[in-house]
Design a protein around this ligand. Structure first.
Ligand SMILES: CC(C)(COP(=O)(O)OP(=O)(O)OC[C@H]1O[C@@H](n2cnc3c(N)ncnc32)[C@H](O)[C@@H]1OP(=O)(O)O)[C@@H](O)C(=O)NCCC(=O)NCCS
Length: 168
């Protein structure tokens, strides 16, 4: 099982749809992702990732033996936070619990630190998302505290954790 990250390809549309069309995934992400995600929406997303030409967003497919099984995104902040970036990710449910996201996060952070001037990568899982908190800890991120009632998701106020990794 070869786990890697790579740019999205248009052939990934069916696998993209499989991974994202899952309420257990969407419940742990920000709002705004269409559900169910259609072929047209998935195609538009992948085409957009293929045309990125700035240094503010880095979007990858997480792959298992080159099959797209998840998504990884790193988004640069601006102004005085311009050397900081936020990371977001999800994995198709059938691949959970195999250490894959931990590997993908490590690969992504190595890529970002080696190829950009970003020196801090952070992620903000909902406090009740124990799997995501654990993944970040396994990938070397440090917990910097709890942001109380930092979001409203599915009508519920949510605490969030701040995890960050600093370039050595
Ligand atoms: C969070 C997510 C990315 C994890 O991916 P994964 O590949 O299954 O993660 P890993 O296998 O690398 O590690 C999961 C860890 O969480 C632990 N875990 C899973 N569920 C848990 C729970 N309910 N409570 C405590 N720990 C839990 C696992 O035991 C494992 O830790 P271990 O290796 O010490 O045993 C995946 O579940 C997912 O896509 N979730 C929905 C989207 C999401 O939450 N994205 C992140 C938003 S911040």
């Amino acid at each position: 099982m070869q786990i890697s990250i790579r740019t999205w390809e248009i052939e990934d549309v069916p696998d993209f749809i499989t991974a994202i069309n899952n309420e257990k995934v969407l419940d742990n992400l920000r709002d705004g992702i269409p559900y169910p995600c259609t072929e047209k929406e998935a195609t538009a997303f992948i085409e957009a990732t293929m045309n990125l030409d700035d240094d503010t967003r880095y979007l990858f497919a997480i792959t298992c033996d080159n099959k797209a099984i998840g998504s990884m995104g790193v988004f640069r902040k601006d102004n005085v936070h311009r050397l900081t970036a936020e990371m977001g990710y999800y994995l198709a449910e059938s691949y959970w619990g195999k250490g894959i996201t931990t590997t993908a996060i490590k690969l992504t952070c190595t890529y970002i630190f080696e190829n950009t001037d970003i020196i801090r990568i952070f992620a903000q899982p909902y406090t009740n998302n124990k799997a995501s908190c654990r993944v970040l800890e396994k990938a070397g991120f440090k917990n910097e505290g709890t942001m109380r009632q930092n979001a409203i998701k599915n009508g519920q106020l949510m605490d969030m954790e701040m995890y960050a990794l600093i370039k050595e």
